[in-house]
Design a protein around this ligand. Structure first.
Ligand SMILES: *[C@@H]1O[C@H](CO)[C@@H](O)[C@H](O)[C@H]1NC(C)=O
Ligand SMILES: *[C@@H]1O[C@H](CO)[C@@H](O)[C@H](O)[C@H]1NC(C)=O
Ligand SMILES: *[C@@H]1O[C@H](CO)[C@@H](O)[C@H](O)[C@H]1NC(C)=O
Ligand SMILES: *[C@@H]1O[C@H](CO)[C@@H](O)[C@H](O)[C@H]1NC(C)=O
Length: 473
């Protein structure tokens, strides 16, 4: 999910005071594990509940009215307050703020709305379904003995690239994540929100920089400042499409979750973009894709040109430069709908060897077809969607890419460390401090992937955003 800041946020950023955290404690946490210098937290892959499906008659070529976006989301559990109150939040590398308590009455996607004359989605997903939202838990500061109001942090309105909006006020309370708790973490509590039934935990770089100066500390920064992790760095492993669990490790790298070398790539946190003549900064994890190569059995490889894109675990699609998404859809064997938002494909394609190889600067990641193509099943029918679309300026390597990558985000050194994802056990090594904090070397899984050959919108105005259709979660 990529987020824009409404003007109120600019005021909040300018007027916010620097506030600190008060201390860290270790405690038991279901599913999490704490080791020397790291904490590992399970990520759940949320799939659409069959009950939410409408029957789709998919021939593989028909234009289907099932929204392919946001079918899956990746979330973690937090415990906030004393005693701890459990809440679930989306893991979003495309934004930076943590907020909880979505408005369940408005969590449904807008029905029959149009943006640029084009209709938006019409069905709910597990991430937007009001009933699912009500079961996820809400934080109540009045029931926490450790809650307080932080000074000088003003209410803020956030708008994300898919028009999800949240107006939040700030609380300060104990926050436990994967068995580690931080006293006095500042985070958002929604006063109003729409289009999401899950709060959001931004894992992206804040617009004021990786070193987090001038604002209250993000969760990652709090952990590093308190010394429980040695560097502000975390590893993200969404895992394959058909696995139900991945992990995020603060301060550690799991050498049994990737194969081959963990390559170091300097990150470009700020990408200048221009939309309709309005310049804006977008702070995110930008990488250069030098080329994209499609390989499938029985045909020669096809290579596509370079572009810059942000790593965004909140985006269901890989969003490619204009024309490229549609081209890739066709080349994979799918058919793009007239709106350019949904690429239906025969499910047999998921089983093919090969996939799309993204050549980054110094590392290539193969996204196999089974991670690029989502399959959804009801009792009667299943249908498949190539998770690609187009956008002229906002290009994202979303869930399909990140399912195939093991990514370590090192804020201190502004480096991305990336390898081909795998899953062959657990061997977590702590990330140290300093310039070479992230342990290099090869992963401990063998790298056999079929026929694989290799391998804020800070100043963007809402008006500029409205000018282009982006459906991103
Ligand atoms: C979401 O809420 C914002 C702020 O209240 C509003 O401007 C926007 O139109 C709402 N969007 C939808 C799709 O309801
Ligand atoms: C959306 O539009 C369809 C077709 O015009 C209509 O049947 C349906 O009731 C509308 N839904 C809402 C929530 O307005
Ligand atoms: C996931 O799907 C792929 C392709 O169908 C298959 O090769 C792999 O074994 C599956 N993994 C699991 C855990 O089901
Ligand atoms: C963050 O601060 C440290 C210590 O001052 C400095 O060495 C490092 O280069 C900074 N990192 C970034 C990404 O600015």
């Amino acid at each position: 999910m990529t987020r824009t800041m409404a003007p109120a946020m600019l005021i909040a950023v300018l007027s916010a005071l620097i506030a600190g955290t008060d201390g860290l404690h270790i405690q038991g946490f279901p599913g999490g594990s704490v080791g020397p210098g790291f904490v590992s937290v399970p990520i759940s892959a949320s799939k659409r509940d069959a009950a939410l499906h409408k029957r789709a008659d998919v021939s593989g070529t028909a234009e289907i009215q099932i929204p392919n976006f946001r079918t899956h989301g990746y979330s973690i559990e937090l415990m906030i307050g004393t005693p701890g109150q459990k809440v679930e939040v989306i893991v979003d590398t495309g934004s930076y703020e943590l907020w909880v308590n979505p408005d369940c009455d408005h969590s449904s996607r807008a029905k029959n709305e149009t943006i640029d004359g084009r209709p938006t989605a019409t069905l709910d997903t597990p991430m937007t379904d009001p009933d699912a939202c009500r079961k996820r838990g809400q934080y109540d500061a009045s029931k926490s003995s450790s809650a307080s109001k932080p000074d000088g942090v003003e209410d803020t309105v956030f708008q994300y690239a898919d028009f999800t909006t949240a107006e939040i006020s700030y609380e300060k309370d104990k926050l436990a994540i994967g068995g580690l708790s931080i006293d006095g973490q500042i985070f958002g509590v929604a006063k109003t929100s729409n289009q999401t039934g899950v709060g959001i935990m931004g894992f992206g770089p804040p617009p004021w920089g990786f070193n987090n100066s001038g604002m209250y500390p993000m969760v990652l920064t709090s952990m590093a400042r308190e010394g429980v992790i040695k560097s502000p760095a975390f590893s993200l492993h969404l895992n394959d499409f058909n696995k139900s669990q991945g992990s995020v490790i603060f301060g550690g790298v799991d050498k049994k979750k990737f194969s081959g070398a963990l390559a170091k790539i300097p990150m470009k946190p700020v990408q200048m973009k221009s939309s309709n003549g309005i310049d804006f900064d977008h702070t995110s994890y930008y990488v250069t894709v030098k080329s994209m190569k499609l390989s499938k059995p029985g045909s020669s490889d096809k290579t596509y040109g370079s572009f810059v894109a942000a790593l965004d675990s909140g985006s269901s699609n890989n969003i490619l430069p204009r024309g490229l998404g549609a081209q890739l859809c066709t080349d994979v064997g799918g058919k793009m709908n007239s709106r350019g938002t949904n690429c239906a494909v025969d499910c047999a394609v998921r089983q093919q060897a090969g996939g799309v190889t993204f050549e980054l600067e110094g590392k290539s990641i193969l996204v196999p077809y089974y991670n690029l193509i989502n399959e959804e099943t009801t009792r009667e029918v299943s249908w498949c969607t190539v998770m690609v679309s187009d956008h002229p300026t906002l290009n994202l390597l979303g869930m399909p890419f990140l399912r195939s990558a093991y990514a370590v985000f090192d804020w201190r050194n502004a480096n991305l460390h990336i390898a081909q994802s795998a899953d062959c056990g657990t061997n977590i090594v702590a990330i140290g401090s300093g310039v070479d904090a992230v342990p290099g070397g090869n992963g401990e899984c063998s790298g056999s992937l079929g026929m694989a050959s290799v391998v804020n919108l800070g100043l963007m105005t809402v008006a500029a955003l409205m000018s282009s259709l982006v459906l991103v979660l």
